[in-house]
Design a protein around this ligand. Structure first.
Ligand SMILES: Cc1cc2nc3c(=O)[nH]c(=O)nc-3n(C[C@H](O)[C@H](O)[C@H](O)COP(=O)(O)OP(=O)(O)OC[C@H]3O[C@@H](n4cnc5c(N)ncnc54)[C@H](O)[C@@H]3O)c2cc1C
Length: 504
């Protein structure tokens, strides 16, 4: 399949690589923050502002995980959420959810203003639109629910989009920014006065035994009074976060649009074939239109390249824009629609997590940072109870049962995949599960006919990985770990690579 876009996130392509040192000797700080996505970077910033010494520890480079592969709309309007939240949790909790996300936008704006950060931050209205009557009913219900809990939402009948809509909900004064410019600028303010950033430092585990010990693959250890784990899905298997969420992948494409024809707000459609839209300024003075959609559970689609194709077709047919970029990312969906922010388990007094942002983690990362920095510095926080990570979990919702059954089915069923296939059956450019000497092997043959073979067993909890043609990677359908064809970790929660296999 001939895709046009350059396969890199615009946010990463338009910023310089960071180069903080790896951890090379034991270090002691007040708080260790593990994972330098938006949640980790802002948490470290707020803790440092509150007078704590911090060590921000990143396996790869700052902002290259999900936060570097996002659409970066910062909003309290999360497609359709308030009617569901009121149904599931009641109006008071729905109100706290709206209030905390609105407060996060204001806090983000303050951080940007205080450090004079150039990150293309702009206030914009955010819209959720319907193009059919079913969607219209949902949008109307969402307007009513949002107004009921005090959000300044309104119904609008038309938008500046090049196709007809039935109606939309508008939430004014939301925001968009360049997430990596922001994360790099905030990160630059962290080192010094006893605080550090360590990149290329993968954390293996954390021992919560006052003080906590953060054990890294590099060898040295970070000792801290408190540890915050912001690795998207927590790397520790304690607390069942992998069973309280499921990993969802989503795709984006972008290309330059004539600024006079560019839509002015941020938009997302409702329903199965939804599209998400925003623009961003580019350094050449132009405007990039970004279109997203095509979400699915990680590792559960073997035609991922067709998803890009559909988005590229949409960009051309609806906007006359030629695709220049394409990228994808993943996030954890929470079964009760609320993120998990707080103590890892009731027994872990000094280890905290933030996860389950459900593909709306820009504002929620800032909410997490506010909740966790308050928690660690002993300040009461109005949203801590709503998001408490140890709250009773709705394991018996239709979605959670289905998703956890799917995990069980993969764990067992995928062991039979490729049972009668050998490496000879793998064509150039193809990735395939094969069997070698009784073991399950993930085999990829590159365009030069070179075979790359690694174990197909995910080191996280033992599921069998699946081939992702669009990203040339091995993805775990159970909990979302992803690996290169050489077995290198591309996305956690795994903390070990896929084992090398020699198949001669
Ligand atoms: C395609 C897409 C579009 C989206 N669009 C929007 C949007 O418009 N608005 C919105 O609000 N949200 C959006 N989201 C969701 C949002 O991007 C995420 O919720 C958010 O970026 C998650 O941030 P994070 O800090 O939790 O994770 P990440 O950004 O993934 O950060 C986690 C970091 O931890 C590091 N790490 C992992 N394991 C280890 C380890 N063992 N040791 C050390 N470091 C480790 C990783 O390398 C990574 O850098 C979107 C998501 C996707 C996928």
């Amino acid at each position: 399949m001939a895709l046009s876009g350059h396969p890199v996130s615009f946010w990463i392509d338009s910023t310089l690589p960071s180069s903080y040192p790896a951890l090379s000797q034991d270090v002691s700080v007040d708080v260790a923050v593990v994972g330098a996505g938006l949640a980790g970077v802002v948490t470290a910033k707020l803790l440092k502002q509150a007078g704590k010494t911090v060590a921000l520890i990143e396996a790869d480079r700052i902002g290259t995980g999900t936060s570097g592969h996002t659409t970066a709309k910062v909003s309290a309007l999360h497609q359709l959420i308030y009617a569901d939240l009121i149904d599931q949790h009641g109006p008071e909790k729905a109100c706290l959810y709206g209030e905390s996300n609105q407060a996060a936008i204001a806090r983000l704006a303050d951080l940007i203003a205080a450090d004079n950060i150039d990150c293309d931050f702009e206030h914009k209205p955010n819209y959720t639109f319907a193009t059919d009557n079913d969607g219209l009913d949902q949008v109307k219900a969402e307007v009513e629910a949002a107004q009921r809990i005090g959000l300044p939402a309104t119904f609008v009948g038309s938008l500046d989009l090049p196709f007809a809509i039935k109606g939309a909900i508008e939430l004014p004064d939301q925001a968009q920014f360049h997430p990596r410019k922001f994360m790099l600028a905030i990160a630059a303010t962290l080192p010094g006065d006893g605080s550090h950033i360590f990149e290329q430092t993968r954390v293996k585990t954390v021992e919560d035994e006052g003080p906590c010990r953060v054990i890294t693959q590099n060898g040295p250890t970070v000792t801290a009074q408190d540890v915050v784990i912001t690795t998207n899905l927590p790397i520790l298997d304690i607390g069942l976060y992998f069973a309280k969420t499921y990993p969802q992948r989503s795709y984006l494409v972008g290309g330059h649009i004539d600024p006079n024809r560019a839509p002015q707000g941020m938009y997302i459609g409702v329903g199965q074939g939804y599209r998400s839209l925003r623009t961003t300024p580019t350094d050449d003075g132009g405007t990039l239109l970004i279109v997203g959609g095509e979400g699915h559970k990680v590792g559960q689609d073997d035609a991922t390249d067709e998803r890009y194709q559909r988005l590229e077709d949409y960009l051309r047919s609806q906007f006359g824009v030629e695709p220049e970029y394409r990228w994808s990312g993943q996030d954890l969906k929470s079964f009760d629609q609320l993120p998990y922010i707080g103590q890892l388990t009731p027994a872990h007094q000094h280890t905290f997590v933030a996860t389950g942002f459900s593909l709306w983690g820009m504002a929620k990362s800032v909410v997490s940072a506010m909740v966790l920095s308050d928690r660690i510095t002993g300040v009461e926080n109005p949203w801590a109870e709503l998001y408490e990570a140890t709250r009773p979990t709705p394991f018996v919702t239709t979605t959670s049962i289905q998703k956890n059954l799917e995990v069980g089915a993969h764990w067992v069923g995928d062991r039979f995949k490729g049972l009668f296939d050998s490496t000879d059956s793998v064509a150039p450019g193809e990735g395939k599960l094969v069997t070698h000497k009784g073991g399950k092997v993930a085999a990829y043959r590159d365009e030069h006919n070179q075979l790359h073979t690694v174990s197909a067993v995910c080191p996280h909890l033992g599921c069998i990985v699946a081939w992702n043609q669009a990203e040339t990677s091995w993805d775990c359908p159970c909990h979302g770990s992803r690996f290169s064809t050489e077995g290198k970790i591309l996305h956690g929660p795994a903390v070990k690579p896929l084992e090398q296999k020699v198949c001669d």
